[in-house]
Design a protein around this ligand. Structure first.
Ligand code: TMP
Ligand code: ASP
Length: 252
């Protein structure tokens, strides 16, 4: 097969040039990293699970009219997506206190928040992705004031859809992160949900047992990450009857 043009390689995904202008191929790696790449391991099967789960969540958003970059899944590890001008922010929505919020404000993990909170972090590994205020975003031109308002609305709509989906399978959506891109239509910019939505970018707790089913399992060495992600996929009915093969198998 001809070598494809690599556009960008991140910690968990690779972007290649797509078959048509304005498209990209997004490849999901098995690499798991935490604490800004300080911890790194290869978790066999993670890329396959995240590819399938991200497809599922992006399609669920599209079904209720929320625009995303997702076009179609190509194979076990790759999906075709729309190329977007990425806004250099991580948009985090929180329903319950966890992670950096508990550390920053001294709250107990699991405290229900009075309403969903939307926060912005600058996507810059060299600075450790610092939290930023809307003031910084507008003043430094990362997004316009109108886009900031749109990002908040988009993030809250995504939260409503995902919270409901997860609740339906007995999982609490504690918080999540999305990344948003800009596409141009008739000279007008439009915001779409890009990157991925997967247990790498969410906090997911089993409602009944409190079991963590997300990347915190890896961050805090709580067990087998692939098992946790497989459980999420299983609840949504996304697993083939025998599960995903851990290694390529010969079928006669
Ligand atoms: P935080 O509590 O560490 O700020 O994380 C908030 C949410 O964002 C959580 O669901 C995990 C997700 N997240 C990412 O997807 N990528 C990151 O680099 C970080 C720090 C968090
Ligand atoms: N994604 C970041 C990293 O790979 C941080 C995290 O998710 O904890 O280091």
């Amino acid at each position: 097969m001809a070598r494809r043009k690599l556009i960008y390689e991140g910690k968990a995904k690779i972007l290649y040039e797509g078959p048509e202008p304005g498209t990209l191929i997004q490849y999901f790696k098995d690499d798991a990293t935490a604490f800004n790449g300080e911890r790194h391991e290869v978790v066999e099967g993670k890329g396959v699970l995240n590819n399938r789960l991200s497809e599922f969540f992006m399609l669920a958003l599209a079904n209720v009219g929320i625009p995303t970059h997702f076009i179609r899944r190509l194979n076990m590890r790759e999906q075709l997506v729309r190329e977007a001008e990425m806004i250099p922010l991580e948009v985090v929505v929180r329903n319950f206190a966890a992670g950096s919020l508990t550390r920053r404000l001294g709250m107990d993990e699991g405290t229900q928040l009075p309403r969903p909170l939307v926060e912005f972090y600058l996507k810059d590994d060299s600075l450790g992705d610092p939290i930023v205020a809307e003031e910084h975003i507008a003043a430094f031109g990362w997004a316009s004031q109108q886009e900031i308002d749109e990002m908040v609305n988009l993030a809250l709509r995504v939260n409503d859809v995902l919270s409901g989906l997860f609740f339906g399978v007995g999982i609490r959506l504690v918080d999540f992160k999305i990344e948003i891109g800009r596409i141009w239509e008739n000279d007008y910019p439009r915001l779409i949900v890009a990157d991925e939505i997967s247990p790498d970018s969410c906090r997911l707790w089993d409602i009944r047992t409190g079991r963590k089913l997300d990347k915190d399992v890896f961050r805090h060495e709580l067990g087998d990450l692939a098992d946790a992600y497989t459980e999420v996929a299983r609840r949504f009915g996304l697993l083939p009857a025998n599960g995903f093969p851990k290694r390529p198998t010969l079928v006669n």
